[in-house]
Design a binder for this molecule. Structure first.
Ligand SMILES: NC(=O)c1ccc[n+]([C@@H]2O[C@H](COP(=O)([O-])OP(=O)(O)OC[C@H]3O[C@@H](n4cnc5c(N)ncnc54)[C@H](O)[C@@H]3O)[C@@H](O)[C@H]2O)c1
Length: 250
């Protein structure tokens, strides 16, 4: 039970990778605060955890709004008494457009959630974890944080930013016993890639553009998240772990 007695906050816990990680952490003994802007699906994650005999609760959060995200940390601290792990994971894709076609509001919508939201998570988790002098944070970046791709500029920029911010935070908080890492998933079978599925021919190419020649499962990313968040990774910080089936190698 790697997470026995540990308190964990997961953003984007209503779906996909966040849901898979929340369920796995609870199975390994964690008490999980599932945070998401989707209340119905977030509650469904809590229900699944409880049906499996685990402990979880839900908090409605928009990670792009500091007040909303901060309240989740206040709830975690007030109810749990401590916060051992933050999985800073909520994110959105975006419309496929070239840079010159993107409106400022579209840029802001993606970057505010995918990068500013990560900053808010780091900021408020650090405030709790510095006092405790321990903690582990895992941010979600992307394979697209490492490479260019046509028509996904704001997404790539936000995910590249997450990789660098992970290093900043690791440096700033390492001396307080806080580790900060990231996962960079390749193409994973979750609703975020639904718009790519519409063109069947293109989707087959996208889903197999990696060394393993297949789509990843959210549970496969969750395994990497659990490792980085656990004491097994006690000397790993500032790292971004690709979980991409060899997508960057391809
Ligand atoms: N699936 C992939 O292929 C893939 C690849 C690389 C990176 N990622 C990243 O993984 C993370 C999880 O995505 P996923 O694949 O599980 O997708 P998903 O759509 O299944 O889950 C994303 C979750 O984030 C929540 N969310 C979105 N905006 C939010 C906000 N402002 N506040 C709170 N919650 C919000 C959604 O409601 C949803 O529950 C994202 O950061 C995504 O960019 C996914």
């Amino acid at each position: 039970m790697r997470f026995g007695g540990k308190n964990v906050l997961v953003t984007g816990g209503a779906s996909g990778i966040g849901r898979a990680a929340a369920i796995k952490m609870a199975q390994e003994g964690a008490r999980v605060l599932v945070c998401d802007r989707d209340q119905e699906k977030g509650q469904a994650t809590v229900q699944t955890i409880e049906q499996n005999g685990g402990l979880a609760s839900f908090q409605e959060v928009d990670v792009a709004i500091e007040k909303s995200f901060k309240e989740a940390f206040q709830y975690a601290k007030g109810t749990f008494g401590s916060l051992d792990v933050l999985f800073n994971n909520a994110g959105v894709g975006g419309n496929e457009k070239k840079l010159h076609e993107i409106e400022e509001s579209e840029w802001d919508q993606i970057v505010d959630i995918n990068l500013k939201g990560i900053f808010f998570g780091l900021k408020h988790a650090a405030q709790v974890m510095i006092e405790q002098e321990k903690g582990a944070i895992v941010n979600t970046s992307s394979l697209l944080g490492f490479k260019g791709k046509k028509r996904t500029g704001p997404y790539n920029a936000s995910k590249g930013g997450v990789i660098t911010l992970t290093k900043n935070a690791a440096l700033e908080y390492g001396r307080y016993g806080i580790r900060v890492n990231a996962v960079a998933p390749g193409v994973i079978d979750t609703p975020i890639v639904d718009n790519w599925r519409e063109d069947e021919r293109k989707w087959k190419l996208i889903a197999s553009a990696n060394a393993l020649g297949r789509l990843g499962k959210p549970e496969e990313v969750a395994e990497a998240v659990l490792f980085l968040a656990s004491d097994q990774a006690s000397y790993i910080t500032g790292e971004t772990l690709l979980v991409d089936g060899g997508g960057l190698t391809f």
